[in-house]
Write a protein that binds this ligand. Structure first.
Ligand code: SAM
Length: 238
């Protein structure tokens, strides 16, 4: 009993975060399926690994088929993305779906992912949260998704690029209210890791004063502080 397709998370900013099992899997794979061959080549070279690389692009059906054919021909493949866990706001799910449909055994390795890393460090209640990944570019669509998710009374987690983070904070303020508590986890696991906390309005102001916003962000929209009486959560499950 062994697997043919391994989903292998890679570091989100610190090469030391690769797991021993990820390295072992990459070393023993017949081929590595990746988003960007150049980036994956750099990662593999760093760890002294040399493997045939297959570029994988979800919007290119031929690339999905090519990877599927490699699997069907008996090649043991490791699927990686540019950073973090494949399939989480990254390519991969189509291939995994096809692999499952074709009876190819899939194993998913645990490892770095920005959403889990940010949530753990945010210091907010664990349990339920809504992960939206990247919101659509159209403000109308984005606002709709935001309000629907936030109305479920759980923290909402978003991925955002540095170029759009101020715009997103403004949209949050407009859609959910300026006082919405926000936690920005910036450059996780890198030298300039930073946690910026405030409200949608205060953070939009703070960041728009900077000449250039840099780095990668996870944005967490927390629930406003509630008095104990106001919470509608049960005291216990029993
Ligand atoms: N598959 C990845 C994962 O498992 O987290 C996510 C890939 S997605 C294309 C990239 C986004 O993840 C970035 O725009 C940012 O929102 C978030 N991200 C990735 N690395 C990060 C880091 N070191 N610090 C903060 N956010 C990060």
């Amino acid at each position: 009993f062994y697997y043919m397709l391994y989903i292998v998370p890679t570091p989100i900013g610190n090469l030391q975060d690769i797991t021993l099992r990820a390295l072992e899997t990459l070393k023993t794979a017949d081929a590595v399926l990746c988003e960007d061959t150049r980036r994956t080549q750099i990662l593999l070279s760093h760890f002294g690994i040399s493997k045939p690389l297959y570029r994988y692009n979800e919007n290119d059906d031929r690339s999905v088929l090519r990877c599927l054919e490699a699997l069907k021909s008996g090649k043991k493949c490791a699927l990686v993305s540019d950073c973090g866990t494949p399939c989480i706001s990254d390519p991969g799910w189509k291939l995994v779906k096809e692999a499952v449909a074709n009876g190819i055994k899939v194993s998913s390795l645990p490892g770095p992912s920005a959403v889990a890393c940010a949530l753990a460090g945010a210091g907010i209640t664990g349990g339920a949260f809504t992960f939206l990944g990247f919101l659509p570019r159209k403000p109308g669509k984005a606002a709709k998704l935001l309000s629907a998710a936030y109305s479920q009374n759980h923290p909402v987690v978003l991925y955002e690029s540095p170029y759009r983070v101020v715009k997103m904070l403004e949209l949050v303020a407009k859609t959910l209210g300026g006082e919405t508590p926000v936690i920005l986890a910036r450059e996780l696991s890198k030298v300039y890791e930073e946690w910026i906390r405030g409200t949608a309005v205060s953070l939009a102001e703070e960041l728009s004063k900077k000449s250039k916003v840099q780095g990668e962000f996870v944005m967490i929209l927390d629930r406003p502080a509630q008095t104990e009486e106001a919470t509608d959560e049960p005291d216990s499950y029993f």
